[in-house]
Design a binder for this molecule. Structure first.
Ligand code: ADP
Ligand code: UVW
Ligand code: MG
Length: 406
């Protein structure tokens, strides 16, 4: 049996999934968060109905613990304790490999990669291009290698799926020598999700991936849009770093670069402070005081004007990218919404696609409002473009790619 542990590390948290790759059944999933704060938290969930009875204990399906977790190594210990106490037993399901999400792979990494010391040095070097993500990914790798020194560890890169972008799509219109020297170009992110969702969407509509033009809207905490032609990424909204493009929970997305120059000249704000401002204090949070779309929707419904404007800016930007990609692709067969906001916020989907019937996009309000965890169609029967909600599963895609190299 091939069991794979997938680790998706954030700066102060990590998510994990244990997956039996013979059946692609998820055996456990969890979250270790608030690492480094005075009290951390771990949540460990087992889908009991999916686990063989021999593995069951009388533990509840979800167990939560509050305890101090000083760093990622300690976080790993907490995760291992949860497996030991609540199952499934890692003795009964010995790991074949650990798959790690790594956000920035630069130009070098476009395939799932067995992690060696040299690979770690490269990931470290790329940290300056993804300061929110790569250092955390690396910590997760170190902790996992310490806990499981005898099995292969594989990195799966967010940037990999976007290696097919053309120079016209990935180049910034600046001095070419400077751009080459500093590796300045659009790389694109969330590639594992865009790949997974575009494949699921093709399967859902029952047509070959190679024939379809698609737009995938990954709207989570970070958010990005990708135009996919025949299964290949041809345009995507994130750039050199995961800051460009759509409005996000705490990130500004697109902004006139002159704003930064202007602010720096007028106030003396440092570049590190600007980095923090744009990555951590902007987006929905900066405009409304709330970075979570659920709070924005609630406040807006309660008459909070800032929240309403934040929502409108979010939608305006999203609609702009949909229009951009309709034009880049010429015609679109499928638009898919995915990730936390895309899968759950009917109001966002409705607003983003309103007024587009002349472009062949017509939602069914009833289908859009339906609550379900499954992939589903939300366009009307007479819509030229099929609109879908497809739950993403980056962890399963990472596990598949991990298995492909071990
Ligand atoms: N029911 C919901 N309505 C609106 N937004 C939601 C809902 N559920 C989750 N979200 C949004 O999804 C976001 C998290 O998405 P997720 O894909 O898990 O992000 P990430 O993987 O980047 O942490 C939250 O910040 C929240 O705004
Ligand atoms: C690349 C990126 O933005 O990832 P996340 O959405 O997990 O922050
Ligand atoms: Mg995510």
């Amino acid at each position: 049996m091939s069991t794979i542990l997938v680790v998706n590390s954030g700066s102060s948290s990590f998510k994990y999934q244990l997956i039996d790759m013979d059946t692609e059944q998820m055996l456990a999933t969890g979250l270790v968060e608030r690492i480094g704060e005075s009290t951390g938290r771990s949540v460990h969930t087992i889908p009991w109905d999916a686990v063989p009875s021999v593995d069951r204990t009388d533990a509840p399906q979800t167990t939560e613990r509050d305890l101090p977790i000083p760093d990622h190594t300690a976080g790993f210990r907490v995760m291992l304790d949860a497996f030991e106490a609540h199952g499934p037993s890692l003795k009964r399901h010995p790991l074949r490999a650990v798959g790690h999400r790594v956000v920035h792979g630069g130009k070098r990494f476009f395939e799932p990669t067995l992690i060696t010391d040299l690979v770690k040095i490269n990931i470290e070097e790329l940290s300056e291009l993804a300061p929110l993500h790569n250092p955390a990914n690396l910590q997760g790798i170190e902790a996992a290698q310490k806990a499981f020194p005898d099995i292969p560890h594989v990195a799966v890169f967010d940037t990999a799926f976007h290696q097919t972008l053309s120079p016209a799509a990935y180049s910034y219109a600046i001095d070419t020598t400077l751009a080459d020297k500093h590796r300045l170009r659009k790389y694109g992110f969330h590639g594992t999700s865009h790949k997974f969702v575009s494949e699921q969407a093709a399967a859902f509509v029952g047509r070959p991936l190679g024939e379809l033009n698609q737009i995938v809207l990954h709207l989570g905490n970070g958010a990005s849009a990708t135009a996919v032609a025949g299964g290949r990424s041809v345009e995507t909204s994130m750039g050199l770093t995961p800051l460009e493009g759509l409005v996000m929970g705490t990130r500004s997305g697109d902004i006139d670069p002159a704003v930064l120059i202007h602010l720096h000249r007028r106030t003396g704000i440092s570049f590190d402070e600007l980095d923090t401002l744009l990555n951590r204090k902007s987006g929905l949070l900066g405009m409304s005081g709330a970075g979570d779309m659920r709070d924005v929707l609630e406040r807006s419904a309660g008459g909070d004007e800032k929240a309403s404007i934040a929502f409108d800016v979010y939608i305006h930007r999203l609609k702009g990218y949909i229009g951009n990609y309709l034009a880049q692709l010429g015609h679109v067969d499928v638009i898919s919404f995915t990730a936390g906001v895309g899968e759950n916020a009917a109001a966002v989907r409705k607003a983003a696609l309103s007024g587009l019937t002349r472009l062949g996009i017509r939602l069914s309000d009833e289908r859009n409002e339906e609550r379900s965890r499954d992939a589903r169609r939300i366009s009307a029967d007479d819509s030229d473009v099929t609109v879908l909600v497809i739950p993403t599963n980056e962890e399963l895609e990472i596990a598949r790619q991990t298995l492909s190299v071990v």
